[in-house]
Design a protein around this ligand. Structure first.
Ligand code: MN3
Length: 337
């Protein structure tokens, strides 16, 4: 019995290993249904584009790499050295990478936004989101025949827009505008013809409603690290701010339940803040005094809650605490820099 199990395992492992050796690349799962991007991209187009076109690039890439040592390379490393490979690897390796990126930067949720840093870079590089869209669409419209429009991070770490023919992309050492793509728009006819026929412009207008800015931002920050916030070295002030925001803001519209439930937490977090190591650039007498007041204000609120004081008294005490907190934040902004 044990022997049989061992034999079965070995057979399975051999099968899996040979499968791997033959086919290093496989179709990534689509993170949504074919119809999820309608009406911007129709279900039939998504189905054929993903199940047939993308799958074909992968099959052809695996075939082109068969018996080739470089099949061990990551797809990105392969593309960065694509000048050493035949056209079949360039076309199908590019096709696999580009489509994997394309599915990931689309989403049915209509409310994703670029991260703060990415939005700043878009503002700086293009003058804003409208202008970014216009320049990307222009690159996509002026691509003759099949290809892609790219938003990418160039070798100087700046955002840039380009367009490449066929399945080329900015990672490849054969293109003139090199860098790391973070958003790519497929302008092959197979990406839009069923619904839009020859109207590439209509497809481009529609695609911006289904861009996944969370994913584009994630890709941006893989290259450009997030800028540090002012209080990143002072976690206790962030913790206090969170409990204050979640109790004070509801109170502004008359909801005192959060502060009544969490007054003990406010005292604990204010106390923790008073015992925390104040980052050197903020360590002034004014700030130390304000933190002491913050503890006193928090204790006063907790006392009011426990003695079931009137909502009016509680609201005014909470407003005072909020003011004290903002004194600290303002002091931190006028720290002489
Ligand atoms: Mn395509």
């Amino acid at each position: 019995m044990r022997f049989r199990l061992f034999f079965l395992l070995m057979t399975l492992m051999t099968a899996v290993m040979s499968l791997n050796a033959q086919a290093p690349y496989s179709l990534p799962a689509l993170p949504y249904e074919f119809k999820a991007l309608e009406p911007s991209i129709d279900s039939a187009t998504m189905n054929i584009h993903y199940s047939r076109h993308h799958a074909a690039y992968i099959n052809n890439l695996n075939q082109a790499l068969q018996g080739n040592e470089s099949a061990q390379l990551s797809l990105i490393d392969l593309l960065k050295n694509i000048s050493k490979y035949p056209a079949s690897v360039r076309n199908n390796g590019g096709g696999h990478y580009n489509h994997s990126l394309f599915w990931s930067i689309l989403t049915p949720s209509r409310n994703t936004q670029p991260s703060k840093d990415l939005m700043e870079a878009i503002q700086l590089g293009f003058g804003g989101m409208d202008s970014l869209r216009a320049q990307m669409n222009k690159a996509a419209m002026s691509r003759f025949g099949s290809g892609w429009a790219w938003l990418y991070i160039n070798t100087s770490g700046k955002l840039a827009i380009s367009s490449t023919p066929n399945q080329d992309n900015p990672l490849m050492d054969v293109v003139s505008d090199q860098g790391t793509p973070i958003l790519g728009i497929d302008v092959w006819e197979h990406a839009y013809y069923l619904k839009y026929q020859n109207k590439r412009g209509d497809y481009l207008a529609a695609i911006w409603t289904v861009i996944n800015w969370d994913e584009v931002s994630r890709r941006y920050h893989e290259v450009i690290p997030k800028k540090k916030g002012k209080f990143d070295e002072w976690p206790e002030i962030k913790t206090f701010h969170k409990s204050l925001a979640e109790t004070f803001h509801p109170s502004e519209s008359g909801d005192l339940k959060p502060v009544k439930n969490r007054s003990t937490e406010l005292v604990q977090n204010a106390t923790a803040l008073s015992k925390s190591k104040i980052p050197a650039q903020f360590d002034t007498k004014a700030i130390r005094d304000a933190i002491k007041l913050l503890v006193a204000d928090s204790k006063a609120i907790d006392k009011l809650v426990k003695s079931k004081a009137s909502d009016k008294k509680l609201t005014s005490a909470l407003t005072k605490l909020h003011d004290t907190f903002h004194t600290i934040v303002e002091e931190c902004s006028h720290d002489g820099h």
